[in-house]
Structures are given as C-alpha cells and as structure tokens.
Design a binder for this molecule. Sequence first.
Ligand code: UTP
Length: 292
Amino acid sequence: MEVRKAVLPVAGWGTRFLPATKAMPKEMFPVIDKPVIQFIVEECLEAGIDNIIFVTGRHKRPIEHHFDINTDLEKHLEQCGKTTLLKNIMEISRLVNPIYIRQKEQLGLGHAVLVAEPTVGYEPFIVCLGDVIVKDEDNVLSKMMEVYRRFGKSVIAVFEVEEKEVSKYGIVDCRHIEKDIYIIDDLVEKPKPEEAPSRLAIVGRYLFTPKIFDKLKVTPPGKGGEIQLTDAVKLLLEEEAVYAIKINSRVYDTGTPMGYLQTMIEFALQREDLREGLIRYMRSLMIEPTGV
Ligand code: UTP
C-alpha cells in the first residue's frame, strides 16, 4: 500500500523555550522569514504527500491560521502592488489540505501519534516531528518510502552523531544490511557514550505500518508520565522488523534555544541577501569588545 499521509505532532508545551512558547507555538518560530512548520510541510509535499494531519493543542491556533487563506492580507498586498509577496502568501495557504486534530492533554509524542489514528486509518504513514528541519540534497521522506516499498515494514531515519553527542538522542542498536540500510534490534534513549550501541541517532522522521497504533495503545507511560514513541517502537520490534535508513542530512532541532540559534545562523549564511552582512557583523562582534 502506498504511503499517502503524514502526521505532524505539534501539540507539545515547548517548555524548553518558555516563556516564548506561552502563547506562540515553537513550530511557528521563524527561521528568518519562514516558520519552522512550513519547512516540514514543504518536505512532505516534495515527497508527494499532501494529506497532512496536524496533531495540535489549544495553544496552537497560529499554525492553523498560517495554512489558511487570509483574504484581507491578500487584498492589502494586491492594493499595494506587492505581487511577489502576494504570490508567496497565496501559495502557502493553498499548499495543503490540512486536517487538524486535537491532543487534549499533552501526554507525550507517542500519545500524539495515537490521537491521529482515526484520520490515518489502517495504512502506512509518516511522522515528522514539528520542530526538526532536515536539509538534504535528496528528499529524506522519499528515500524512506523507497525502503518501505522494498521491505513493507516501518522505517526510521537516523544520522551519525559524534560520540559525545549520543546522550542527547535516541540511539539505535542495529545490524548493517546494505549501504545506508540497517535492521533495528533495539532503541536506547539518551545513553551514556560508553553504553551507546552505535552512533546512529533518531532524526525525527518515521514511517510506520499501522501496527504501531496497536502498540501505542498498550504502551505504558514512561519518562515524565508520557507515552513515548520509542517505547511503542520497542514493542513493535517484538512483532515485526523495523528498518533504519542512514541519512547524510543536516538535522536542525529548533526546539531548544541553542538549536534554534544555530538554525537561524546557518540558514542566514545560506541566503545571498543576508550572508555577507551577517559575516561582517559576526566578525565585528568577535574583534571589537561589545561590552556585553
Ligand atoms: P518535544 O519533546 O520536542 O516537544 O516533541 P515538547 O514536549 O513540546 O518540548 P519540551 O520538552 O516541553 O521543550 C517533539 C514534537 O512532538 C510534539 C511537539 O509539539 C514537537 O513538535 N509533541 C510532544 C506533541 O504533539 N504532543 C506531546 O504530548 C509532546
């Protein structure tokens, strides 16, 4: 069965970014002038997936507004003759036919995925974390779908991290089967470097068979009382194979102040209109005492 749907969980509290996230979803934070969530929606569209299911919460309305048509703004831009901006704004609102579903209580990522079950149905689907941007020459989701087509089982994207970094991620214990493809034996959440089974970290892009829903339903609350997606994957491993695909992408975790800052700087350095000015400014900060 073809993969047609993507679930984007965006209901989390974003506590690592408070007070900024008190009224504004972290998924709407701008990377220069485009919100994080739009990068993720565009990644899905590039892979041919336009059935996008957002799992939202009561404090996440700006996401719905962003993908909706704003006729007043369109009229205003038209009257001012700002045609490029108008085109851009019109495109965003017509990108996807979104489905919004509420996670009434923030009971964890696993729970957020389970909330999407009625809209996904019994078919394979993708999960993209709402605060992780993946940048690759090739589309990672397309690569994952290719692996799914071959093996018919769940696929998790992983990337190689430095040994000292493993304790920040979910790490896979896996066996190499062919170039960039592995079969997973186990998952370890944030291991100490000396205890890590590999340096392959989970990115935040998953492709699941619908069996994951059965597992999520029986996954007991784990760390912080939340239903962890990795715990459900561990249960899934007892019943069917789960593959990992190693990607060579840049992975930007925008959910922490440092990760967000790094994302902003790297994206600005890649923009022709900002690169030179930013480099000049950063050099001046490093050379001249600023008094801060
Ligand atoms: P995170 O763990 O990064 O998000 O989940 P969080 O819980 O909002 O962050 P902190 O730890 O409080 O700072 C990754 C993605 O899963 C969503 C988040 O919105 C984020 O996009 N999520 C998380 C949910 O949709 N529901 C949840 O209960 C938890």
